[in-house]
Write a protein that binds this ligand. Structure first.
Ligand code: ZN
Length: 308
């Protein structure tokens, strides 16, 4: 039994429209689902990913409209790493981000750093160590430079360079030294790492990460829950999120982990060609549709047309 790498990462945005403009237009991802926070249906939950909404490509945001900017600190993820195909793609993205008014920093031939509109730290990294690419199509982004999915994430921790046994013994991560781990699935892998926490205290808010979800085969999901509980971890009951089933628990360094099933996926309530076009509500909130369609600020997706 092994985790199939990453499923998704979920953040907080203070403004859904600028979030959509950045991820679906500037970065060229596909808005694959427009729904609400199942636990608070007055707020959007937006999902971005590749053309089909595959696990491993998914970034999601809860909107808390007007939320104050947060600050990543101990026990929080501070940087997400998005794959691009080549070093030439790093050049392309440096130019494109500058042209779009973002302010990228070239870290190396293989790494470009930029903050999203909420201040979330992103790195575009050359992804040439084996993950099958999960691209989306965008008219202004040549296919050979399209983002290929999530490659890694880094969090802040105390004792960041000490091996965390819950990750290795319970979850099956491989420790690579210096706070770095590899989550190796059958098809995909993901780089998970800790850095030394800053002195400033953490502050949840816009631009911070809410949780990270690992992918599991459906058959294994309850076994993962049992394994976390057997290690004295508090794991929630299995929660039906419509597009996957989820359990949540906090790993010992403080980051909220989720394990999400790889199916049924995002094409369960709308066709693959029309993913993300209409507001989708879980059944338990469908009776609120008229009210939510009035109260939620309409979000315009700038991606109107795709090239195959
Ligand atoms: Zn989640």
């Amino acid at each position: 039994m092994r985790l199939e790498g990453l499923h998704h990462i979920t953040m907080i945005t203070g403004d859904a429209q600028s979030n959509v403009a950045f991820y679906a237009d500037v970065l060229g991802l596909r808005l694959v689902k427009k729904t609400v926070n199942f636990d608070d249906p007055s707020a959007y939950h937006l999902y971005f990913g590749d053309e089909s909404g595959a696990p491993g490509s998914i970034l999601t945001w809860f909107e808390f409209a007007g939320a104050a900017p947060g600050r990543a600190g101990i026990g929080m993820i501070h940087t997400l790493q998005l794959g691009v195909p080549s070093a030439a793609s790093i050049d392309f993205w440096e130019q494109r981000l500058k042209a779009k008014g973002a302010n990228p920093t070239r870290v190396s031939e293989r790494t470009l750093r930029v903050a999203d509109p909420d201040g979330l730290g992103l790195e575009l990294v050359v992804a040439d160590d084996g993950n099958p690419p999960l691209p989306a199509a965008h008219l202004e982004v040549p296919a050979e430079h399209a983002i290929t999915g999530l490659e890694g994430a880094r969090a802040y921790s105390m004792f960041h360079g000490v091996e965390e046994k819950v990750l290795t013994d319970v979850l099956g991560f491989a420790y690579e030294g210096d706070g770095e781990y590899r989550v190796q699935g059958e098809q995909r892998h993901f780089h998970w790492a800790y850095d030394e926490a800053p002195a400033s205290s953490p502050r949840p808010g816009a631009g911070t990460v809410h949780h990270i979800a690992w992918a599991s085969q459906d058959d294994d999901h309850v076994k993962w829950q049992e394994r976390v509980r057997a290690a004295d971890g508090y794991a929630t009951e299995v929660i039906d999120r419509d597009y996957f089933n989820a359990i949540y628990f906090r790993e010992p360094r403080g980051v909220l982990f989720e394990i999400a099933t790889m199916s049924p996926g995002f094409a369960t309530d709308e066709d693959t060609e029309h993913l993300g076009e209409e507001l989708r509500l879980p059944q338990q909130h469908e009776h609120l549709r008229a009210q939510l369609e009035r109260s939620l600020q309409p979000v315009v997706n700038p991606r109107t047309k795709v090239v195959a």
